[in-house]
Write a protein that binds this ligand. Structure first.
Ligand SMILES: NC(=O)C1=CN([C@@H]2O[C@H](COP(=O)(O)OP(=O)(O)OC[C@H]3O[C@@H](n4cnc5c(N)ncnc54)[C@H](OP(=O)(O)O)[C@@H]3O)[C@@H](O)[C@H]2O)C=CC1
Ligand SMILES: O=C(CO)COP(=O)(O)O
Length: 326
């Protein structure tokens, strides 16, 4: 028996919709909140969300734009883009009367403040119990019931375990952890690294380069993680290496697809959220503030900001001094 009978998912994009399906499959009473009243009403009546085409929402998921109603759930999942998480949690905070777990499901770092998602939750909703869910999980796969495993971290192990029990099912297997920071770093950094690998694939640098770049990307993710106190088993776990492998190997990833288009000299796919684009500049600022070298992420940030051409960035990476592997 779980204490968390009801779940509200805040943000009715692809991931929020998939997570609502996950929670319904796990037997929870589910509310899915969309910011736009018309969209909410349309999804509620058609059971179909154009943000996740081809997925039929279970009949018992309630779709609403009423935030006060959604905030009455026993646990809340936030699935808006990372840069909008603070705004939505600010709005939620005024409705919270008791301590409630708020699970960040966005992957990113806030611009300006360099705050990770659970820090933003703690600041915006001091009554909340912040947690983070991240790992290899394409919304479409998850919504269709294809199996995967992710990491769910909260400061308190018993809480993390309870949240896992509430959301887990044979096809969505969360592992619990207390290493919040480790989980957040993996989710944020892998999106930036996936853009780099997409670019290399788009430039036809070959399968060996794809593997080498993914591995060196992991090395820099690990360096930053260690500097910020992440545990190595988290960095090599589902939310770190696991999600990096997924995102750096599949055009199904919007971040990889963005890189692929850039590498081919094509227009990036329109209207697709690629969080790595927003995370890249903050990630390298954060790394610089810690004295950590992240050359692959720096190359991505330079290309996206127009400070470097793709060819110059690739050449810069390939001509770095030889050094010990670490
Ligand atoms: N898609 C995936 O496979 C996965 C995504 N994620 C993460 O989940 C997060 C969301 O991604 P995803 O769902 O795919 O993105 P989408 O672009 O599909 O959806 C984003 C949703 O957020 C809503 N939104 C945007 N701005 C605001 C705001 N200011 N206030 C409230 N709601 C807002 C949008 O509303 P509207 O429809 O009205 O524009 C939309 O419903 C990202 O951080 C992503 O990295 C994590 C794992 C898997
Ligand atoms: O985070 C994801 C898979 O775990 C989704 O990846 P994209 O945001 O690159 O599509």
């Amino acid at each position: 028996m779980t204490a968390f009978r009801s779940v509200a998912v805040i943000g009715a994009g692809a991931w929020g919709t998939a997570l609502a399906t996950v929670a319904a499959r796990a037997g929870r009473n589910v509310t899915l909140w969309a910011r736009n009243a018309e969209h909410a009403a349309r999804i509620q009546s058609t059971r179909d969300n154009p943000r996740l085409p081809g997925v039929r929402l279970a009949s018992d998921i309630v779709v609403t734009s009423d935030l006060a109603a959604a905030s009455r759930a026993k646990m809340l999942l936030i699935a808006t883009p990372a840069q909008h998480l603070r705004g939505v949690v600010n709005m939620l905070a005024s409705h919270l009367t008791t301590p409630v777990p708020i699970i960040a499901c966005a992957k990113g770092i806030e611009h300006g403040t360099h705050r990770f998602m659970t820090d933003v939750i703690a600041e915006a909703a001091p009554r909340a119990q912040p947690a983070i869910l991240s790992g290899p999980s394409f919304a479409d796969d998850v919504a269709r019931g294809l199996p995967t495993a992710v990491t769910l971290a909260a400061r308190d192990d018993a809480l993390a375990s309870g949240l896992v029990q509430a959301l887990g099912s044979p096809t969505f297997r969360p592992y619990h952890s207390t290493d919040i920071r480790g989980v957040e770093i993996g989710g944020a950094a892998k999106n930036v690294l996936a853009i780099a690998v997409g670019i290399a694939v788009g430039r036809k640098l070959g399968a060996s380069a794809q593997a080498a770049l993914t591995t060196r990307g992991f090395a820099e993710l690990t360096r930053l993680g260690r500097a910020l106190g992440a545990r190595s088993e988290t960095l090599t776990g589902l939310s770190g290496l696991g999600d990096l492998i997924l995102t750096c190997s599949s055009p199904q990833s919007r971040n990889f697809a963005l890189g692929l288009a850039l590498g081919r000299g094509e227009q990036p796919p329109a209207g697709k959220l690629a969080e790595g684009e927003f995370t890249a500049p903050v990630l390298i600022e954060l790394a610089a503030s810690q004295g950590i070298e992240m050359p692959v992420s720096e190359a991505v940030a330079s290309i996206l900001a127009g400070r470097s051409t793709i060819d110059a960035a690739i050449s810069g990476l390939l001509t770095r001094p030889f050094k010990a592997e670490e």
